[in-house]
Structure formats: structure tokens, C-alpha cells
Design a protein around this ligand. Structure first.
Ligand code: NDP
Ligand SMILES: N[C@@H](CCC(=O)N[C@@H](CSC=O)C(=O)NCC(=O)O)C(=O)O
Ligand code: ZN
Ligand code: ZN
Length: 380
């Protein structure tokens, strides 16, 4: 029996309160309205930003909510006026939408689309309402995607069709972590052949930065992480050097000087992939005088601020940042999927764990365990 135009009952992982475990329960997902798309989510990754919002540290965090923003699935039905995707398309949900008509999209200077950012930040669909209910009570959306539900509804500008040859358990990771790091190296930093780079934090995001730096033929690729197990991972992705700050003779106090000495004055590009503000400072200060630039990718908790001596910037270092690797999802993701299918972009290598939806809380536990790069959750 067709589900088109009707509500669907399905399972979802609901976050009722900050700091509490997710509840797996039956919810109802309304039919998509005009310019909306209902997606059957097949697989979702669990990103540290989901954990960050669940922890209560996200100033935009609100509950009860269906988290998840790294998902891939199949379009079940579309609302009136949707032309960019159709039922049956294999898709990736986009927490950074691309409308192609707002000031941001038309600027050609950023991937940050402004069209639905205000409602998205409040957990609402663009018309200010929600499509999820549980026992008759509203549940809010998350990052415009809410991929921890077997069915979700997103704006049509928040979804991109991909080559159906791509396996969805891998393709979902292009919905955040991999694209973020790879794009930061290629789109934002524009790493050049022969550049020296430093990557702070070797989780999925940092390893993806390394992958982007390798693709652009960087010379010295220095990976920095406090977790000794990350050395093997970083080298597998192409890091030429690994520094564990806590293993340095001074306990890490001279980390910046160590990197500057190893790179004849500092790196051309550095990347924070930790979300720790003291690390962001070190990442800036190990950049080369005159031109070195540091890209902030990590998400820091509410109330945290970055600081440095202004002299660091006066003397030519630059502090930048990016979301979703500066990637315009609808335009660029199909090419990243192609690179993955052509064997040019590592994706499956990031999957260290798999869980069923009923065990999604274990995916959150695994993030703290240190040996998890990405846990992919099978939704059905
Ligand atoms: N800007 C954007 O668009 C996006 C931002 N993010 C953010 O990027 C960050 C990285 O994400 P992800 O790769 O998934 O996270 P992970 O936690 O998997 O990776 C972070 C790594 O940094 C290590 N680390 C922690 N503290 C330090 C330190 N002081 N010095 C060096 N290394 C340290 C961690 O070690 P240990 O495991 O021992 O803690 C871990 O290995 C997060 O803040 C996430 O929210 C993610 C996606 C998109
Ligand atoms: N809600 C947080 C900010 C969280 C944040 O920076 N999100 C990134 C993506 S992180 C993905 O894993 C992002 O897209 N930022 C741009 C945006 O418009 O949100 C807060 O309020 O601090
Ligand atoms: Zn993410
Ligand atoms: Zn736009």
C-alpha cells in the first residue's frame, strides 16, 4: 500500500533531555509539504557534533529532538513543487543546504546558505512547524536532517541525489565528517604542492584533512593527537610525522616550538579538528610568519572563546574556519561520491564499528572509547 501523502509510523532514536541516553521508540512522520522531501534513511553515521548537542553544550540545542546529520537513504515521496529529486533516488541529507538563490549562495564566496538557517537552528521546518510526533507530542528536527529516524523530512534544498552504485553505509559518511575535513584542506585552505601542514586531532575529520593534503601533494603532513593509537591511523592516511604532545619531554608545553623547528619557521596551513580552544591557539601559533593560516573546524562548547596575542595576526598569520569543508552539497557531493567510486577517496576505511538502530546508544559510548573513528548505524 502506498505511503505517499500519508503519515508513516516508524522507529526513531529520540533525545528527550541533555546528557541522557536516546530512547528508541515508534514515532509518526508526517507527509512532506511543498518543497519538502521524505527520505527512508538506510544508514547514518554518528558524529561528535551529535554528541556535543546531546551533552547540552550546544547553545542551539533544544529537546525533545531527533538528532543525526550524517545520513543516506532513498527518497520515499516528495511534496508539491520538488523537482531536484524524485522517489527512488539515492540521496545524502545536507545539514548545509544549497538554495542557489540567497545572498550567500549567489555570492560564490561561501557554502553557508542562508535560506532556512533561522528555522533550522530552532529545530523547525522552513514553515515553522515540525513533521515528527511521538504519542501526539511534537519532536523537533536537528540540523535540518534528523537522520536518527527511519524516515525523515527535509527541505528540498537539504538533499542531494547521488549515484545509486554508491553503497549507502559508506556514502552516509560523506554527509559530514569526511567531506568536512577533505573540503577544509582543498576548498578552504587550498593546500598546494610542497606545503607543510599540521593537523590537530586525528578523528574522522582530521584523517580526512590528511587525505585532502595528500591529494594536493603537501610535503610534511604532521598529525598531532593525544591518543597514541591515532599514530597508526594518521600514517595509514598519509601523515609523514606524528606528535603526541603528552609524550614530548616538556609534557607538551613546547609543542608549538617543536612544530616550528620541524618546518623551518612554521607550517603553511594548520587545522584544528579537536574543538579544544587551547589547541586552536597552538594551531594558529605554529603557522609560518607572514602567510601561515589556521583553519578552525572543531566545534567548541558554549561559552568557550579563542585567544592569542594580536601580534600573531599583525605578523601575517591568518585565522579562518569552515563548516562542511566549504562544500556546496548539491553541486559538489556527487563529484565526491564519484571520487569514492573511482577509488580516489577513502570512505569505507573510516568505518570501525557498525550497530543496529536499537543499539545506537552504544555508538555514543564508542566515541569515548578512543578506538572508534566512525560507527555507522543500520536503520532497518
Ligand atoms: N566545522 C564543521 O563543519 C564540523 C566540525 N566537526 C567538529 O570537528 C571536531 C572533530 O570531529 P571528529 O573527528 O569526529 O572528532 P574525534 O573526537 O573523533 O577526533 C578528535 C581527536 O582529537 C583528539 N584530541 C582531543 N584533545 C586533543 C588535544 N588537546 N590535542 C590533540 N588531540 C586531541 C581526540 O583524542 P581522544 O579520542 O583521546 O579524545 C581525538 O583523537 C569535533 O569538534 C566536531 O564537532 C565535525 C564535523 C563538521
Ligand atoms: N549549533 C552550534 C554550532 C555547531 C556548528 O558549528 N555546526 C557546524 C557543523 S558541525 C557538524 O558536525 C555548522 O554547520 N556550522 C554552521 C552553521 O550555520 O551552523 C552553536 O550554536 O555553537
Ligand atoms: Zn558532523
Ligand atoms: Zn542559499
Amino acid at each position: 500500500m502506498s505511503t505517499v501523502g500519508k503519515p508513516i509510523k516508524c522507529l526513531a532514536a529520540v533525545a528527550y533531555e541533555a546528557g541522557k541516553r536516546l530512547t528508541i521508540e515508534e514515532i509518526e512522520v508526517a507527509a512532506p509539504k511543498a518543497n519538502e522531501v521524505r527520505i527512508k534513511i538506510e544508514y547514518t553515521g554518528v558524529c561528535h557534533t551529535d554528541q556535543y548537542t546531546l551533552s547540552g553544550k550546544d547553545p542551539e540545542g533544544a529537546f525533545p529532538v531527533i538528532l543525526g546529520h550524517e545520513g543516506a537513504g532513498i527518497v520515499e515521496s516528495v511534496g508539491e513543487g520538488v523537482t531536484s529529486v524524485k522517489p527512488g533516488d539515492h540521496v545524502i541529507a545536507l545539514y548545509t543546504p544549497e538554495c542557489r538563490e540567497c545572498k550567500f549562495c549567489k555570492s560564490g564566496k561561501t557554502n553557508l546558505c542562508g535560506k532556512i538557517r533561522a528555522t533550522q537552528g530552532k529545530g523547525l521546518m522552513p514553515d515553522g512547524t515540525v513533521r515528527f510526533t511521538s504519542n501526539g507530542k511534537d519532536l523537533i528536527h536537528y540540523m535540518g536532517t534528523s537522520t536518527f529516524s527511519q524516515y525523515t523530512v527535509v527541505a528540498d534544498i537539504s538533499v542531494v541525489a547521488i549515484d545509486p552504485k554508491a553503497e549507502l553505509d559508506k556514502a552516509c559518511l560523506l554527509g559530514c565528517g569526511i567531506t568536512t575535513g577533505y573540503g577544509a584542506a582543498i576548498n578552504t585552505a587550498k593546500v598546494q604542492e610542497g606545503d607543510n601542514v599540521a593537523i590537530f586531532g586525528c578523528g574522522a575529520v582530521g584523517l580526512s584533512v590528511i587525505q585532502g593534503c595528500v591529494r594536493n601533494k603537501a610535503k610534511k603532513i604532521i598529525a598531532i593527537d593525544v591518543n597514541p593509537d591515532k599514530e597508526e591511523w594518521a600514517r595509514k592516511f598519509g601523515a609523514t610525522d606524528f606528535v603526541n604532545p603528552s609524550k614530548l619531554p616538556d609534557g607538551g608545553k613546547n609543542l608549538v616550538e617543536t612544530i616550528i623547528e620541524a618546518t623551518d619557521g612554521g607550517v603553511d596551513h594548520s587545522f584544528d579538528c579537536t574543538g579544544v580552544v587551547s589547541v586552536m591557539r597552538a594551531a594558529l601559533e605554529c603557522c609560518h610568519k607572514g602567510w601561515g593560516q589556521s583553519i578552525i573546524i572543531g566545534v567548541a562548547a558554549a561559552g568557550q572563546e579563542i585567544s592569542t596575542r594580536p601580534f600573531q595576526l599583525v605578523t601575517g598569520r591568518k585565522w579562518l574556519g569552515c563548516a562542511f569543508g566549504g562544500v556546496r552539497g548539491r553541486t559538489e557531493l556527487p563529484n565526491l561520491v564519484k571520487d569514492y567510486l573511482d577509488g580516489q577517496l577513502k570512505v569505507g576505511e573510516f568505518i570501525t564499528h557498525k550497530r543496529d538502530l536499537k543499539d545506537i546508544n552504544e555508538a555514543f559510548d564508542l566515541m569515548h572509547s578512543g578506538d572508534c573513528i566512525r560507527c555507522v548505524v543500520k536503520m532497518f
